[in-house]
Design a protein around this ligand. Structure first.
Ligand code: ARG
Length: 580
C-alpha cells in the first residue's frame, strides 16, 4: 500500500520543477494539518523570493482533491495538508483485508548479514549481551518483513588466549558435578581461579600458555576439551535464545576462520596495507582522511601519533581484527551481501572504525555497506553499570526469571481469577516483553537505567501498556460476540476516529525508517502513539453501545488497531496475550 506521505510527496513533486527534491513530513503541529512540506521555503531562499508567495504558486498547480481538503499556506511558508476522512475510510477497508498491515515489500531487496548477540564461550551471557541480542533480532525481523534477505550470524567468541587458562583449570581443578549442574558457572569459576593464579605465579602462567600452544597446534586432548566447552556453552546460549524467541541462520564462531588468518595477513602485507613493526604486523594510517577522522591516529599532549591496527602479534598469533577481516572475506564469498550490520556495545567503536577502514583499503572495489550499530550501557539505580547486589554481573537467564516472576505478581494482583497455567503464560509474555521493550525504547546510543517498576508498569510507554491496548480490543470482540465485520463503507465522523485511522496508516511510513539508521526505537515510539490514539478513540467513541453501520465501522477500526499493534510488537520480538 503506498503511504499517504509518499503519495503527497509525488503530488507536490509534480507541481515543482524536477531539480527540487520534495520532502513531506507529518505535521509538527497537528492543528494546522496532518502533513507538511517546507519545499516553498527552500525554493524561495534560493530564488530570493517571498516564501508564502512561492507556496501559493505551488498550491495553484497541485492536484490533491481526492486525498486532502484544499491545502493551505501556513507560518513562514509551509504547505499543510489535511487528509479527507473518505480517503482514510477507504484505506481502512483495504487495511482490514491486508495481512501485511499495509506494508509493501521494498522495491530493491538487499542481501544483509546481521551479526549480533555473539557471546563468548565458557562465560555466562550477561546483560551486556542482552542489548545486542534484542536489538539485532529486532533489526533482522524488520528487515526481513520489509522483504530483505537476511542472514543472522552469531559470531561466537570461541577462540583466544583465555582457552589456555580454561584448559589448565579444566585439567587440574574441574568439579564434574558442578559442571553438570551449571556448566557455565563452573567454567567461569575455573577461568577466574586460574587467571588469578597466573597473576601471582609465573609457573601457572607458563603452564596456561603451554596449554594454549597445544590447543593451537591441534593436540587431540585439548581440542576435545575445547569442543566440550563449546558444546556446553552453546547449550546454555540456546536455552536463552529459545526463551527470547531469537534464532540464527548460522553460528560461526571465531575459530571457524582460523584457517584463513595467515592468508589474510600475508595478503595485507603483499598489498602494502600491513607492515612489520617490532615483530608484529600492523596497519598504519594512509593519511587519506583528516586526522580527526583517522582511526589509525590518536591525539595526546604532543599531538597526533600512530594508533595502528594490529593484525598479527609478535608471537605470531592473529587477533580479533584479523578474524573479523577473514570473516568479512568469507561472508563476501558465501553470501555476497550488500550490507553487513554489527551489533555490539559502544566500547568496540574503535575496533570497527579500524576494521572498516582496513577493509576499504583491502577491497577497494567493494560497494559493501558496513555498519556498526552500537549501543550504550544498562545502568543500575545508582547510575553505575547494572550489577547484582553482591556486585556480580547480572546473568541473562536469571534476569529473565525475575522478569517473569515479577510480571506474575503484578498479574495476580490485577487479575486474581486467572487460572494458574494461563497466568504463567501471560506473565512470560509480559515479563519478556517488558525487558525487551525497555531495551528497545531508548535511543540505542544512550545509557539507560534498568527499573523493574518502570518497565512493568501498565501506564506509560511500556510493553504492558501496549499489550494491554491489544488485550482491550480482543475483549471488545469477545463481548461483541462477533468477528471482524465485512463493512462496505465506513464513516470516520469524529476526530478521534480520523486520528486513529491516520496513525494506523503511518505504520508504513515509520517501518522503513527503522532501517535507515538501525533504530527500532522509532517503531517503539510509533506503537506507543498508536496505543494512545486508540485509547483516545476508545474513550470518546462508544463501540459496543453504538449500532448498525457505525458499530461495524468502529469494530473494523478496532481490529485494524489490534493487528497493527500485534504486527509491530512482533517485529520487536514481543508477543501479545489474548487477555491479561
Ligand atoms: N564476542 C564479541 C564480544 O562479546 C562480540 C563479537 C561481535 N562481532 C564481530 N564480528 N566482531 O565482545
Amino acid at each position: 500500500m503506498e503511504t499517504i506521505q509518499s503519495l503527497l510527496q509525488a503530488r507536490v513533486q509534480a507541481a515543482v520543477p524536477g531539480d527540487w527534491v520534495v520532502q513531506v513530513q507529518p505535521a509538527a503541529d497537528r492543528r494546522f494539518g496532518d502533513y507538511q512540506t517546507n519545499i516553498a521555503m527552500l525554493m524561495a531562499r534560493q530564488q530570493k523570493a517571498n516564501p508564502r508567495q512561492v507556496a501559493q504558486s505551488i498550491l495553484e498547480r497541485i492536484a490533491v482533491e481526492d486525498l486532502c481538503f484544499p491545502p493551505e499556506v501556513a507560518g513562514a511558508g509551509f504547505l499543510n495538508f489535511k487528509v479527507r476522512p473518505e480517503f482514510l475510510a477507504a484505506r481502512m477497508l483495504d487495511l482490514s483485508k491486508d495481512p501485511r498491515c499495509g506494508i509493501g515489500a521494498v522495491a530493491r531487496p538487499k542481501k544483509m548479514v546481521v551479526d549480533f548477540s555473539s557471546p563468548n564461550v565458557a562465560k555466562p551471557m550477561h546483560v551486556g549481551h542482552i542489548r545486542s541480542t534484542i536489538l539485532g533480532d529486532a533489526i533482522a525481523r524488520v528487515a526481513e518483513f520489509l522483504g530483505h534477505a537476511v542472514v543472522r550470524d552469531n559470531h561466537i567468541g570461541d577462540w583466544g588466549t583465555q582457552f589456555g587458562m580454561l584448559l589448565l583449570g579444566w585439567k587440574r581443578e574441574l568439579d564434574p558435578e558442578a559442571l553438570q549442574r551449571d556448566p557455565l558457572s563452573e567454567m567461569e569459576r575455573l577461568y577466574k581461579l586460574v587467571s588469578a593464579r597466573c597473576k601471582e605465579d609465573p609457573a601457572t602462567l607458563e603452564a596456561a600458555r603451554e596449554e594454549l600452544v597445544r590447543l593451537q597446534g591441534g593436540d587431540p586432548e585439548n581440542l576435545g576439551f575445547w569442543k566440550e566447552m563449546i558444546r556446553l556453552s552453546q547449550g546454555q546460549f540456546d536455552a536463552v535464545y529459545g526463551r527470547l524467541g531469537v534464532r540464527f541462520d548460522v553460528t560461526l564462531g571465531e575459530s571457524f576462520y582460523n584457517a584463513r588468518l595467515k592468508g589474510v595477513v600475508q595478503d595485507l602485507c603483499d598489498r602494502g596495507i600491513a607492515r612489520e613493526s617490532e615483530g608484529a604486523f600492523c596497519v598504519f594510517s594512509d593519511e587519506s582522511v583528516p586526522p580527526e577522522e583517522d582511526p589509525f591516529l590518536i591525539r595526546d599532549r604532543e599531538g597526533w601519533r600512530p594508533n595502528p591496527a594490529l593484525v598479527q602479534k609478535s608471537d605470531g598469533a592473529a587477533n580479533y581484527t584479523t578474524t573479523d577481516l577473514a570473516t568479512l572475506e568469507y561472508r563476501m564469498e558465501e553470501w555476497n551481501p550488500e550490507e553487513i550490520v554489527y551489533v555490539t556495545d559502544g566500547r568496540q567503536q574503535l575496533h570497527f572504525r579500524q576494521l572498516f577502514a582496513v577493509f576499504r583499503r583491502w577491497k577497494p572495489g567493494s560497494t559493501l555497506r558496513l555498519a556498526h550499530v552500537w549501543f550504550g550501557t544498562i545502568l543500575g539505580p545508582d547510575g553505575k553499570p547494572f550489577k547484582t547486589r553482591s556486585g556480580e554481573t547480572v546473568r541473562l537467564s536469571e534476569l529473565l526469571d525475575e522478569a517473569e516472576e515479577r510480571a506474575g505478581r503484578v498479574l495476580a494482583e490485577k487479575n486474581p481469577d486467572l487460572p494458574e497455567a494461563e497466568r504463567l503464560e501471560i506473565a512470560r509474555l509480559i515479563g519478556l516483553g517488558a525487558v525487551k521493550y525497555a531495551d528497545l525504547l531508548p535511543n540505542r546510543q544512550s545509557d539507560y537505567v534498568f527499573s523493574w517498576d518502570k518497565m512493568l508498569s501498565f501506564q506509560g510507554n511500556t510493553a504492558p501498556y501496549l499489550q494491554n491496548a491489544y488485550v482491550r480490543i480482543r475483549s471488545i470482540f469477545r463481548k461483541a460476540g462477533c468477528g471482524v465485520p465485512q463493512c462496505a463503507a465506513l464513516d470516520l465522523g469524529t476526530e478521534p476516529e480520523r486520528d486513529l485511522a491516520l496513525k494506523l496508516l503511518q505504520f508504513g511510513e515509520v517501518l522503513p525508517q527503522v532501517l535507515d539508521d538501525y533504530r527500532p526505537n522509532l517503531l517503539a515510539n510509533y506503537l506507543f502513539e498508536l496505543a494512545n490514539a486508540f485509547h483516545t478513540f476508545y474513550e470518546a467513541c462508544p463501540v459496543l453501545k453504538s449500532e448498525g453501520a457505525l458499530r461495524e465501522g468502529r469494530l473494523l477500526l478496532c481490529d485494524n488497531a489490534a493487528r497493527v499493534l500485534q504486527c509491530g510488537l512482533g517485529l520487536l520480538g514481543i508477543g501479545v496475550p489474548e487477555r491479561m
